[in-house]
Design a protein around this ligand. Structure first.
Ligand code: KIV
Ligand code: ZN
Length: 515
């Protein structure tokens, strides 16, 4: 018997971008959207078009480029938002408008200052207006997790009558427990008279660590769309993680009456892409995509796995696109070997120009590091892409000295808007000195919120991947850089963050803006 379809709605580019520091450029969003399309995500929430011309532009270009997934734009229940979303998704082969308004007593009273009747009226009006642009309209009663069930029934019946085809039930503040959230979904499907005319969807936040459990419990009670993000990125503690939802449903087909259409072999590549672009590292013990998720370290486990894989493994690493950490290339490898390996990794390098740049970086790395692993290749791509984003400041040269008993010192040369400039500074360590030298040339007037270094592969010749988070006037950006020399990687990351600060206008949280 064929299973029902479970729709995967990815909101990495909208809710995910609401995480502090996760703002992405248009090019970065496009790259992620293409990866999601390749993964066969059903619906991509590409952004909030009314937020700014930049956001509108991003949603529009994704709508133009991506053809295999439905492209969705978010809108509050106000005409301006709906019209902007309608215009942004217009080029899409399949476009959706997702409109929302808060329905919990506290949100209606304190945030909106609207009566329940006014909220219903605004929701119905918005859905009808959205239907002028597309037949595919989704409605969310924000903070449904703390809303009264009778009021939810009333507003949902009204929006379905008005033309909503998907009804999403957000646990906006991550307050629900699995049995409670599942019961809400069950009871809405049962009580709303026209519930058969819409698909019920989950949207769970992870404040109590239950986003995935809540979503899956609701699927068992009839929800047929799950809203989620890559790596669980999102507001505060994040959203339900796409990779966990997909693999749980797939691994426990004995329990679920439905299945997704996701190509799970794209999970690792997409997870790394999102982590690289946003600068949010993946914790090693993160389910499915963490570095340790498929590592069987303890002797007893290894022994069991060698006798029979099923003793300890419930999933196969290759199913999520994890390749073994083997040596793939070295100094003598040529262009076609490099291109072929990237293809095997599922990374498409669009143009010859881009490939030439990646190849140049590969050769530089191979001069420093004898064995090049898949992880190195992925880091190279991330960095090449970071630098094509904006290069008003470029690192030309760096000399850093550290010696026991001496003050660390760095001398740096940058290209700033086409002009070569040099500076030098002391610091408490070579990285600190390098950052101060950069600031002495071009002051960013920003505050350093985070500095982290991770090794991409094992061994002391590993690439060091550095993330630098800067804040300026309330805007937060993450910069990333990698190099076998961590002082150089740090300087690259710092400069990357400065470049992002210069171009990013910051993101507007639609939920924080009143209707
Ligand atoms: O968490 C939430 O309520 C949202 C809505 C905009 C759907 O993200
Ligand atoms: Zn949300």
């Amino acid at each position: 018997m064929s299973k029902e379809k479970l729709i995967i709605f990815d909101t990495t580019l909208r809710d995910g971008e609401q995480s502090p520091g996760a703002s992405m450029t248009k090019e970065e969003k496009l790259r992620i959207a293409k990866a999601l399309e390749k993964m066969r995500v059903d619906v991509i929430e590409a952004g909030y078009p009314a937020a700014s011309d930049g956001d509108f532009d991003s949603v529009q270009s994704i709508a133009r480029t991506v053809t295999e997934s439905t492209i969705c734009g978010l809108a509050r229940v106000v005409d301006h938002d709906i019209d902007r979303a309608g215009a942004a998704i217009k080029p899409a082969k399949r476009g959706r408008i997702h409109t929302f308004v808060a329905t919990s007593p506290i949100h209606m009273k304190v945030k909106l200052g609207m009566s329940p009747d006014e909220v219903v009226e605004a929701a119905v009006h918005a859905v009808k207006r959205a239907r002028r642009y597309t037949d595919d309209v989704e409605f969310s009663p924000e903070d449904a997790g703390r809303s009264e069930i009778d009021f939810l029934c009333r507003i949902i019946e009204a929006v379905i009558d008005a033309g909503a085809t998907t009804v999403n039930i957000p646990d906006t503040v991550g307050y629900n427990l699995p049995h409670q959230y599942a019961e809400t979904i069950r009871s809405l499907i049962e009580r709303v008279p026209n519930s058969d005319k819409a698909i019920f969807s989950t949207h769970c936040h992870n404040d109590l660590g239950m986003a995935v459990a809540n979503s899956l419990a609701a699927v068992l009670k009839g929800a047929r769309q799950v809203e989620c993000t890559i790596n669980g990125l999102g507001e505060r503690a994040g959203n339900a993680a796409l990779e966990e939802i997909v693999m749980a449903v797939r691994t426990r087909q004995d329990m679920f009456p439905c299945d997704t259409g996701i190509d799970a072999t794209q999970i690792i590549a997409t997870s790394r892409l999102v982590s690289g672009i946003t600068g949010f590292p993946i914790q090693p013990n993160k389910a499915i995509v963490g570095a340790n998720a498929f590592a069987h370290e303890s002797g007893i486990h290894q022994d069991g796995v060698l006798k029979s894989r099923e003793t300890y493994e419930i999933m196969v690493a290759q199913d999520v696109g994890l390749t073994s950490n083997r040596i793939v290339l070295g100094k003598l490898s040529g262009r076609s070997a490099l291109r072929a390996r990237y293809e095997e990794l599922g990374t498409k390098i669009e143009s010859d120009k881009e490939f030439n740049e990646v190849f140049r970086r590969f050769k530089t790395l191979a001069d420093k590091k004898r064995e090049i692993y898949d992880e190195d290749l992925q880091a190279l791509i991330t960095e090449a892409n970071q630098e094509t984003v904006d290069e008003s400041i470029q690192l030309l040269a760096l000399k850093a000295s550290s010696e026991m008993g001496e003050t660390p010192h760095a001398i740096i040369t940058l290209m700033v808007d086409g002009e070569e400039k040099s500076g030098a500074a002391d610091g408490s360590g070579p990285v600190d000195a390098a950052f101060k030298a950069i600031e002495s040339i071009e002051s960013s007037s920003s505050e350093l919120l985070l500095y982290s270094v991770t090794n991409v592969t094992e061994g002391t010749d590993s690439l060091g991947e550095v993330i630098v988070r800067l804040e300026k006037g309330g805007r937060i950006v993450n910069g990333q850089g990698s190099d076998t020399d961590i002082v150089i990687a740090s300087a690259k990351a710092y400069i990357n963050a400065m470049n992002k600060l210069a171009i990013s206008s910051g993101n507007v949280n639609p939920q924080a803006v009143n209707v």
